[in-house]
Design a protein. Structure first.
Ligand code: ACO
Length: 327
């Protein structure tokens, strides 16, 4: 019998500071009612100045390792999905490796924006399925608040900070990760981007004055694409392993907007009662959102052994990624 990959531990961490819609009403021209009805968000967590992506990642990882009863010395691979690493290099994965006391194993970051966690799961799955590694730690961690323009009501109401992590180990074929579907469309990359800070526009006084180090989002255009892409990726991943939407016990999409999640579920034929959302508490935490939701759903007893779970993400790039898991 072949090998597959099981999630044997989950963890998450969000910063203490809560920023409510009422707080935002005092910062920009918006209202609690607009934010709730258009996005489903009530509040989000925000890091303090000193906290970086690796700080959140380490806490989420330690929780996942504890749940899996696996010691850091047993890890063979660490992948961190983030758009906001502590710095360009060393990678956040290397910082995490050191801080949790893992051995000198493979550790790297993966850049696929909000789809980064699902992409990282798919990559780690290859190593485990093929017998290269036994134990992998996959983390999604973001501090989007640091690249949010807090005077731009179009974006600042959407974002939040947090991290989620999973520990992966081999299992028998037919269990754990059953299939995935990854994709990208670079042509539509302009819809969501962080223009400056890379080699195209290194940081200068001018880039800072023009606000180019903040997230730029063409929200309503992305909205329609997101619904279509989520539904299609989910359907493809399900059909790849011979399943359909009626088999899905829990649908955990990227938490970008409750209306996107609901429309994607409807389009894919998944009842809304099977949709898991915590966007009301955390907003859009990019690569962390599915990992946080998965951990929360598991800890709240929403996932039982044998359940079919569909993770489904889209994000900057554009990128998308769906993954079917038999728990
Ligand atoms: N408060 C009050 N009014 C607002 C706000 C706000 N915070 N933001 C926008 N508006 C206004 C707009 O200015 C516009 O006014 P106008 O009609 O006078 O021009 C009006 O509300 C409607 O704007 P739309 O953009 O059409 O509103 P929409 O219903 O599309 O909601 C939103 C906007 C929430 C951004 C939605 O389009 C969305 O969620 N898009 C997808 C976002 C997404 O994909 N995120 C994931 C990627 S981002 C990431 O993950 C890091």
């Amino acid at each position: 019998m072949g090998r597959s990959t099981a999630i044997v531990g989950t963890g998450s961490f969000v910063p203490e500071k809560v920023l409510t819609n009422l707080d935002l009403e005092k910062m920009v021209d918006t209202s609690d009612e607009w934010i709730r009805t258009r996005t489903g968000i009530r509040e989000r967590r925000i890091v303090d100045e000193k906290t970086a992506a690796s700080d959140l990642a380490v806490k989420a990882a330690q929780q996942a390792l504890e749940q899996a009863r696996i010691s850091p010395s047993e890890i063979d691979l660490i992948i961190v999905a983030t758009v906001m690493p502590d710095m360009s290099f060393p990678s956040t994965a290397c910082l995490v490796q050191d801080r949790i006391g893992a051995k000198k194993i493979a550790a790297f970051d993966l850049s696929a924006a909000c789809s980064g966690f699902v992409h990282s799961l798919a990559v780690a799955h290859q190593f485990i399925k093929n017998g290269v590694y036994e134990t992998a730690l996959v983390i999604g961690t973001e501090t989007l608040s640091k690249i949010t323009d807090w005077t731009d009501r179009n974006t600042c109401v959407l974002m939040g900070d947090g991290a989620g992590a999973v520990v992966l180990r081999p299992t028998d074929e037919g269990r754990g990760i059953l299939s995935f579907c990854l994709g990208a469309d670079g042509k539509a990359g302009d819809l969501l981007k962080l223009p400056a800070g890379g080699s195209r526009l290194p940081a200068t006084h001018e880039t800072i004055d023009k606000g180019l180090h903040y997230i730029k989002l063409r929200g309503s255009e992305l909205f329609k694409i997101a619904v279509r892409v989520l539904a299609k990726a989910g359907e493809e991943a399900l059909s790849q392993c011979g399943l359909s939407s009626k088999d899905v016990c829990l649908f955990i999409p990227h938490q970008a907007n409750i209306r996107i999640m609901q429309a994607a579920a409807e389009k894919a034929g998944i009842p809304l009662s099977r949709l898991y959302s915590n966007i009301d508490k955390y907003g859009n935490t990019s690569a962390a959102s599915i990992a946080i939701a998965l951990d929360e759903a598991y800890r709240r007893g929403k996932i039982k052994e044998g359940d079919i779970i569909l993770l489904d993400a889209f994000g900057g790039g554009l990128t998308w990624g769906a993954c079917v898991i038999r728990w």
